[in-house]
Design a protein around this ligand. Structure first.
Ligand SMILES: [Zn+2]
Length: 238
């Protein structure tokens, strides 16, 4: 997962930053810095924001960036090979990769005891193993996420909100988002995590129906709707 830090406004300052980063300008209103698993740093900035604001923004976050890079370097990467661990809905499983000789060319996945059995035409091709599992997750994610929405939505319905339409996406930088046009986007990779963590992400996005920000009112609502959300959030870390 990519680490992202957002800030509503660029701050002033004239220090030059020693952090090397890729600058991506777009039609956006805030500055954002992303640290990728390979240590690359990318800064996303509004089209016309002056360079010195961007430099200051990066410089102020120098420690955070360094910490993310350190953490990423120590974080075990998922390998898509036989015998590798891979969690499924929060439970540790082991990949059991086999060669698929007949049947559909795209791969077959099933759960046997503590093994995620994945049969693909070329078992040495990690991307083929990964895609087969993602496809299998995708088939289950919709029902799983929808169930979480159904369970948690009634309070919001009473408040007069329309139920958002679920979209399952594979996202690199976020677990979920709520669009003002009525969509709740949830990350396919949540399928690795326990249901308690999935419910947390869904509740977080539903609370954005009331507050489209992360201010004190938003957190007060989270505290009311899901008193143990902080504990659940930690399930998504590490
Ligand atoms: Zn949010």
């Amino acid at each position: 997962m990519v680490a992202v830090l957002e800030n509503a406004a660029g701050s002033a300052g004239l220090m030059t930053s020693p952090v090397e980063y890729e600058l991506v300008r777009s039609r956006r209103r805030s500055l954002e810095v992303r640290v990728f698993p390979d240590g690359r740093v990318q800064v996303r900035a509004p089209l016309r924001l002056a360079g010195r604001h961007i430099e200051a923004f990066v410089d102020e976050r120098r420690d955070w960036i360094a910490r993310q890079r350190r953490d990423m370097a120590h974080r075990p990467r998922q390998h898509w090979r036989h015998g590798e661990p891979c969690p499924h809905l929060g439970t540790p499983r082991t990949l059991d990769v086999r060669a698929l000789s007949t049947g559909p060319a795209r791969g077959r996945v099933n759960l046997e005891d503590d093994r995620l059995c994945i049969a693909v035409p070329r078992p040495d091709d990690e991307s083929q193993v990964r895609e087969a599992l993602y496809e299998w997750w995708r088939a289950q994610a919709r029902a799983f996420f929808q169930d979480s929405i159904e369970r948690q939505f009634p309070w919001f319905a009473e408040r007069g909100h329309r139920r958002p339409t679920l979209r399952v996406k594979k996202m690199r930088t976020r677990w979920g988002s709520l669009s003002p046009r009525g969509y709740i986007n949830l990350n396919l990779l949540l399928m690795k995590y326990p249901p308690a963590a999935i419910d947390y992400v869904v509740m977080h996005e539903l609370c954005h129906l009331e507050h489209m920000h992360h201010g004190p009112e938003f957190h007060a609502l989270m505290d009311r709707r899901m008193p143990d959300w902080r504990r659940r959030k930690t399930l998504l870390e590490g």
